[in-house]
Design a protein around this ligand. Structure first.
Ligand code: NAD
Length: 323
C-alpha cells in the first residue's frame, strides 16, 4: 500500500503524524516499510482521543516540524482514525501555508468519512470542529487490513455513518443492510467502504466547500445526533448518536406529513439489529438549545429529511413545531 506514496512524492523525508495506539500497533513496521522505499521517517505522536484535537497540540506539533526544518515541499503522512486525519490534516493546511499531505485512515469512520472530502479541523471549548479548513490531500490510502485491530465499538461507530450513506443514495447498500447481520456486514466491509466513499464523493464533487446545498445533505441524522452527543456529554459514541439522530429525524418527517412511517420502522430495525444504537426516549425539547447553538440560528432549524431512500430534502422547521 505504501508503494503508492512514491507515485506522488519524490522527496526524502516523511513526517508521520499518528496517535499512540496506532504507533504501538504499526509504528515500527511502518518505519521499516518506508525505509525500504527509501524514505527517512520522522514520527510525531499524539495521545489518542478527541481531546487531542486542540490548539496547544497544533502549536507543539508545528514547533516539532519547524525544529526539524520541515519544508513545505515535504510530506506529512497522517496515519490514524478521524482524530488523526482531522488534526494532522489541519497541521498540513496551515504549516508554512500548506504542506504536502497524504491521509492513511485506519478506522472505519475515517475510511468512509473523515478522510474523504477535504475537511480538517480542531475543537474549541464551546464546540467541536470550530476551527478548520478545506484542504485536499495529495492522496488518501485506504487499507482495509487496518480494520482488523479496530475494537468492535469503533466498528459500530462507523456503521452509523454506513447506514446514513445507504439512506442518502439508492444503491444495493440499503437492501443489503436490511437483510444483514453484524457478521455479514463485517465480512463485506471492503465493498461497503468502497460504496460509502463513492456516495460521499457524489455529494461533495459539485460542492466541495459546502456552498450550493448538495454537501449539506451529508448532515442527515447529524443535527439531532450532534445535539445528543453534547447533551450526553460525549458519553455515547458518534455512530450511536447519529443512529438515534436518523430515527428522530425520520419521526419528525412523519410528523411533517412525509410518507415514511415504513422507512422509519425499517431504519430502526436495521440500527437495532446491527447494534449501532438502542431505542432512546429522546425529548427533543431538551436538545433544542444544543441544536440552536450548533446551527447558530435563533428561530428556524434546517433539517435534512428523507422523502424516500435516496431522496434527501432540506426542511426548515420553526421552534414552535419542535415544542
Ligand atoms: N473531517 C471530516 O469530514 C470528518 C467526518 C467525520 C468525523 N470526523 C472526525 O473524526 C473523529 C472521529 O474519528 P474516529 O471515530 O476514527 O476516532 P479516533 O480517531 O479517535 O479513533 C478511535 C479509536 O480507535 C483507535 N484506532 C484507530 N484506528 C485503529 C486501528 N486500525 N486499530 C486499532 N485501533 C485503532 C484510535 O487510536 C482511537 O483510540 C472526530 O474527531 C470527528 O470530528 C471528521
Amino acid at each position: 500500500m505504501c508503494n503508492f506514496i512514491a507515485d506522488v512524492y519524490n522527496g526524502q523525508r516523511i513526517f508521520v503524524g499518528t496517535d499512540k495506539n496506532l504507533f504501538a500497533f504499526y509504528g515500527e513496521p511502518l518505519k521499516r516499510v518506508l525505509a525500504q522505499l527509501g524514505f527517512e521517517s520522522i514520527f510525531v505522536v499524539i495521545e489518542p482521543g478527541e481531546a487531542s484535537k486542540n490548539f496547544n497540540n497544533i502549536r507543539d506539533v508545528c514547533e516539532v516540524l519547524a525544529k526539524n526544518k520541515c519544508r513545505r515541499d515535504e510530506l506529512l503522512l497522517a496515519f490514524g482514525g478521524g482524530v488523526v486525519t482531522d488534526f494532522f490534516g489541519f497541521v498540513a493546511a496551515i504549516y508554512m501555508r500548506g504542506l504536502r499531505c497524504i491521509l492513511m485512515p485506519s478506522s472505519l469512520l475515517a475510511q468512509i468519512d473523515a478522510a474523504i472530502g477535504g475537511k480538517v479541523a480542531v475543537n474549541l471549548s464551546v464546540s467541536k470542529n470550530l476551527v478548520g479548513a478545506f484542504y485536499n490531500p495529495d492522496l488518501v490510502l485506504c487499507n482495509l487490513a487496518l480494520i482488523e485491530k479496530l475494537p468492535k465499538k469503533e466498528i459500530l461507530n462507523g456503521l452509523g455513518e454506513v447506514v446514513k450513506y445507504a439512506l442518502l443514495y439508492d444503491s444495493w447498500l440499503w437492501p443489503f443492510l436490511k437483510r444483514s447481520t453484524l457478521a455479514s456486514v463485517c465480512e463485506n466491509l471492503e465493498v461497503i467502504v468502497k460504496e460509502c466513499i463513492k456516495i460521499k464523493q457524489l455529494f461533495i464533487s459539485e460542492d466541495l466547500c459546502e456552498k450550493n446545498g448538495q454537501r449539506v445533505m451529508l448532515n442527515l441524522g447529524h443535527t439531532i445526533g450532534h445535539a445528543l452527543e453534547k447533551h450526553l456529554n460525549y458519553e455515547k459514541n458518534h455512530g450511536e448518536c447519529v443512529g438515534n439522530g436518523l430515527i428522530e429525524v425520520l419521526k419528525l418527517g412523519v410528523g411533517c406529513g412525509l410518507n415514511t412511517q415504513l422507512l422509519l420502522e425499517e431504519v430502526s430495525g436495521v440500527l437495532f439489529r446491527l447494534g449501532v444504537c438502542k431505542e432512546l426516549d429522546i425529548d427533543l425539547l431538551l436538545l433544542k438549545d444544543y441544536i440552536l447553538r450548533d446551527k447558530k440560528t435563533t428561530n428556524v432549524i434546517n433539517f435534512v429529511m428523507l422523502s424516500d431512500v435516496g431522496k434527501p430534502i432540506l426542511k426548515q422547521l420553526n421552534l414552535f413545531f419542535i415544542s
